[in-house]
Write a protein that binds this ligand. Structure first.
Ligand code: AVJ
Length: 327
């Protein structure tokens, strides 16, 4: 697009932005337009997600936290560590609030434990470190900032690794992506190590939809924050008032989806990408999917990725599962 008065060369894109810029360019050039939900979590996005987790309609966090407390001892037994010390690796720990209760219960049950929270947000890891030091000083915490598979520590011979992937984070992946992700996790584990998954199950569609369409508008702000991030980091000129959050849930596929819908016909530009994107009125950007699972599907996914389902705990009131998968 390059306005005529702009005679300066297009500024080079910083190397750390290259992958992000390529994804955005490809995503917004496609039909339908897409942006990956992995880009939600800049500092502002992480804070908005912390607010989502406290919303009355966003049930997964509360249900999972209660289940982790209720089943802490059963989970430890299901790991079948034979008394070996545990290295707990949490993929995407966020602020680590709900893991605290689990660590406390496992320490109390006599487990020897090192906690390695992994997250891309340095700020979230700082909050977590401070909280753990305050509320559970007996726990050894070694935070790892960055991509999971790049920062994954070399396993110690005498420790059992237990990888945690909670919060139904796996639901953001398609089944193909989820299988690939689980296989990558499996590569870092040894036989006898475990993966603990927390995942949301199918339930009344009204309940699911309400979780992604809160009347407070926090989920809408979280979704729109993606455009704010594009404006800041890729020099784009999205007018956030001209896009609207739209959430859907399909009970047939068990998938909640989020979109940003252009309210008018408009052109959005990025001087960094040296590109202009046309939006029709009502045209959308598909930003997120959140899969709601069935037990058979999870078992197939685990087995297809080199795991065996060892234990399954389910909340019957608001269906949610904690699953121990053995490598
Ligand atoms: C963090 C991926 C589990 O999909 O439920 C919450 C993110 N998006 N509200 C989810 C989210 C909108 C959340 N996960």
């Amino acid at each position: 697009m390059r306005p005529a008065r702009d005679t300066t060369p297009s500024p080079a894109i910083a190397p750390e932005l290259r992958g992000f810029a390529d994804d955005v360019l490809a995503g917004l050039s496609g039909n339908p337009k897409r942006l990956s939900s992995k880009y939600f979590y800049d500092d502002r996005g992480s804070r908005l997600f912390e607010r989502i987790m406290r919303l009355p309609s966003y049930y997964p966090t509360r249900v999972e936290a209660a289940m982790l407390r209720r089943h802490a001892k059963d989970l430890l037994d299901a790991l079948d560590t034979g008394g070996s010390p545990i290295e707990m690796l949490e993929l995407g720990s966020g602020d680590g609030r709900k893991t605290l209760a689990l660590c406390r219960a496992w320490l109390k049950a006599g487990a020897e434990l090192v906690y390695r929270p992994m997250d891309i947000s340095a700020q979230a890891l700082e909050h977590l470190g401070a909280r753990m030091a305050r509320q559970l000083p007996a726990l050894t915490v070694h935070p790892l900032c960055g991509d999971y598979f790049q920062t994954w520590p070399i396993p110690s011979a005498r420790r059992r690794q237990v990888a945690l992937f909670l919060g139904s984070n796996i639901g953001n992946f398609t089944d193909t992506e989820a299988a690939r992700f689980l296989r990558r996790v499996r590569v870092h584990l040894r036989v006898g190590d475990s993966l603990l998954l927390g995942l949301d199950l199918r339930k009344d569609p009204h309940t699911v939809l309400a979780a992604y369409d809160d009347p407070e508008g926090v989920t809408a702000a979280f979704n729109l924050n993606l455009l704010r991030r594009l404006n800041r980091e890729l020099g784009m000129d999205f007018d956030l008032k001209r896009f609207r959050h739209y959430a859907s849930y399909c009970p047939l596929q068990g998938v909640a989806r989020s979109f940003l819908v252009s309210q008018v016909r408009q052109t959005v530009r990025s001087h960094l990408l040296d590109h202009a994107f046309e939006f029709g009125a009502g045209e959308f950007i598909y930003t997120e999917q959140s899969q709601k699972y069935e037990r058979t599907g999870v078992e197939a996914l685990a087995q297809g990725s080199g795991f065996e389902v060892k234990a399954w705990f389910e909340d019957p009131a608001l269906p949610y599962a904690l699953v121990v998968c053995r490598a």
